[in-house]
Design a binder for this molecule. Structure first.
Ligand SMILES: Cc1cc2nc3c(=O)[nH]c(=O)nc-3n(C[C@H](O)[C@H](O)[C@H](O)COP(=O)(O)OP(=O)(O)OC[C@H]3O[C@@H](n4cnc5c(N)ncnc54)[C@H](O)[C@@H]3O)c2cc1C
Length: 397
């Protein structure tokens, strides 16, 4: 066990941090207030090789390990949840799924431009009537000759108006329930595809989230990802990677709460002393620190299992659940520490509180992860090896 970051990982952290400090921090308050998603950030991340940081070099990525993806996500979310969410869906949910399940042709056609950041990927699972209960999907894909006709609707899809490629889940045979779901690679340019952003979100206002519509979209059969009926397994394995990035991002959210709160603790005086000297304020700071340290350990353990090519659904779920809860609590306490000033956008902590709620809901709600953990411990849930495992990191020992 070695808890030290490598020289390369430390350099990566410094690079992302300095990018966030210069290119996101000065503008994020305005973007958030105007509900503006700044797409140029994705281009800059691509120029830094961060849109495919853990994708092998032969597929256009930077070839770093999976914990390097965690470092990118942690540092990005320190800036804002919107940009970490973008990397979560682009790399975590889409590109890594192509790496894991795609044919060589699909990898060449879709993964390579995504890893380079020339094209953006997203993930369409949730529907108006199907969130946690994935088997309630209504979208269908009917085989006609050498293509499928895709009809239906998705909602709450991150990067809905921005992404070029979507991994979309639909029933090819509803009678088979979970085993009748299939996964498809859908391009924005396909006839019958449209998208629309959701307005009035509580948080991640500097991001893009919304609906996808499939009006008899003709999807070529070579865009079926995996085999017919493997969609549910593909969706769950994609979530193993997406959740890992969400957990890592939550560490960045806690870090941002700590930074803002520590600064304010030294600035603000009550009853003749810095508020940081009051023990009940110290308790909130201590809880944030504990949450940060514990979450990072859980994240890096999951990342190390990924590096070794081992199944990590259980460990990733625990990391995601705990880190997101800690982040939501930390943001709540950060507002508390700031008193009334925390209740206005004069300080960033109100944005942290609004942003920290969605990660407790998406990629498995708090309740779903609680149930998963209990089921593992009680022996009701066991993970079987997958036909297609996420490839281990090439340089893993
Ligand atoms: C900002 C944002 C971005 C998102 N991005 C994406 C994306 O890119 N792609 C995508 O596919 N989806 C995305 N989602 C959707 C997200 O994954 C779903 O919202 C999530 O899976 C929960 O589904 P739901 O909202 O339908 O809630 P429901 O499943 O309807 O749950 C409602 C409540 O019931 C509880 N509940 C449900 N079932 C159980 C149970 N068995 N036991 C106990 N409690 C239960 C839940 O925990 C929750 O509290 C996003 C959501 C948000 C908010």
């Amino acid at each position: 066990m070695n808890f030290d970051l490598t020289e390369e990982q430390n350099l990566l952290r410094r690079t992302v941090r300095s990018f966030v400090d210069k290119e996101i921090m000065p503008y994020i308050g305005e973007w958030d207030a105007n509900h503006h998603f700044e797409t140029s950030i994705l281009k800059s991340l691509a120029n830094l090789g961060l849109m495919g940081v853990c994708i092998p070099e032969k597929y256009g990525g930077s070839g770093m390990d999976y914990n390097s993806l965690a470092i990118v996500c942690e540092e990005l979310e320190r800036g804002d949840t919107a940009f970490r969410t973008a990397v979560s869906v682009h790399t975590g949910l889409n590109s890594l799924t192509l790496l894991q399940w795609g044919t060589e042709n699909q990898k060449r056609k879709y993964l390579v431009p995504q890893a380079k950041g020339e094209k953006i990927g997203a993930f369409g699972l949730t529907e108006p009537g199907a969130g946690s209960d994935v088997a309630s999907l209504g979208t269908t894909a009917i085989k006609e000759g050498d293509h499928y006709i895709l009809s239906g609707q998705k909602t709450w899809i991150s990067l809905c108006d921005v992404a070029d490629h979507f991994i979309v889940f639909a029933y090819t045979d509803k009678t088979k329930k979970h085993h009748g779901i299939s996964a498809f690679i859908v391009e924005r340019t396909m006839d019958g595809f449209s998208s629309k952003a959701i307005k009035g979100k509580l948080g991640i206002r500097a991001g893009n989230t919304g609906e996808l519509f499939f009006d008899n979209v003709k999807v070529p059969e070579e865009n079926l990802l995996g085999k017919e009926g493997e969609g549910f397994k593909i969706a769950m394995s994609a979530l193993d990677n997406g959740r890992f990035t969400v957990a890592a991002g939550a560490c960045g959210q806690i870090m941002a709460c700590l930074e803002a709160s520590v600064k304010y603790c030294h600035e603000r005086k009550t009853f003749g002393k810095e508020i940081g000297k009051h023990q009940l304020v110290q308790q909130m700071i201590a809880k944030m620190e504990a949450g940060y340290q514990m979450s990072r350990l859980l994240v890096f353990r999951a990342g190390e299992l990924k590096n070794q090519g081992k199944r990590n659904t259980r460990e990733t779920s625990l990391a995601k659940w705990q880190a997101c809860d800690f982040a939501n609590d930390a943001a709540n306490d950060a507002v508390q520490i700031h008193g009334a000033y925390g209740y206005s956008n004069e300080y960033p902590v109100e944005r942290y509180l609004r942003n920290s709620k969605a990660p407790v809901i998406y990629e498995g709600t708090r309740e779903i992860h609680t149930i998963m953990q209990a089921e593992y411990v009680l022996g009701y849930r066991k993970d079987k090896p997958l036909d297609h495992m996420l490839p281990p990191w090439a340089n893993s020992k």
